[in-house]
Design a protein around this ligand. Sequence first.
Ligand SMILES: [Ca+2]
Ligand SMILES: [Ca+2]
Length: 313
Amino acid sequence: MKKNISISRILTSIIICVLSCQNLAAQIAISTFQPAEYVPNIIKTEYINRISTAAGNSNTAVVGGSISNSLKTSTEVGMVWSTNAQPDYTTDPHSQATTVANVFTANLSGLSNGTTYYVCSYALDNNGRYYYGDPIKFIVGGSADGNLNFTSYSSPVQVYADDLNELDILLDGGTVLSRGTAAANPLINFTNANQLTAVGVTLTSSKDDFSIFLQGFFIPKETGSYLFTCEADDADDLYVDGLPLITQYGAHSASGLGSHTASISLTAGVKYAFRARMQERAGQEVLQVAWKSPSIQAANGAYVLDATEISSF
Ligand SMILES: [Ca+2]
Ligand SMILES: [Ca+2]
């Protein structure tokens, strides 16, 4: 018996040694990649852009993602999409990015009108292990997407941020023009362009012909009906859970908070896709997104932009 215990201890030591000699990614995989390969902290589904409005089943979309350095040794990265809430590389369509880089895009195709999809970033390492980011829900075929597509104006600049610490400035088509760090909240709470430049957004001197695009997740603190407001100058829309809650297209001035509203029933703690966009033609620049939780509505309180209810992952 004593001998068996000794052998057991030796085997345990060998196993511990083997585990400790693995690279960092493998250690994380063994210790925390449960359920298998779902790791939104190191691989992110960043944004969905330019969902086409083609007829039938030939719609396309451009989806951006990112990986941390620990996944830079992946053999491929890209996007996998499905009508199931958790896309699976082995059974669902996928699109490989042209290169493995910290920031990448992939093109989705063959999307059917009126269909709800979930898309997420994936990485495949040289051991055949798949890693997935958070899925983002979207619906194809809504007329809204084509109305705010970053190509309507002569010199479109898309500003995109997915969390409180990240700010990308991209040309239409997804090319990163510059990258910096700033708070994301001002991107959906500004009443003139100077407030954007103050947080690091680079705009042309005229402060015209640009777009704001903020996408991530809304994670409500409460269960019940949330009341959203979205006010802008010029065109704007607000999507929650893949649904176009508020849309105002074309050139117009901004109204006060609560002028354009919509309610949606949400469950506390659930991650809902969240996207706000604004497009400026000329003159004034405004985008204000805010909401009232069920308890705020019950207390007849004011609209809030609660940063703890929006997240990139
Ligand atoms: Ca302007
Ligand atoms: Ca304007």
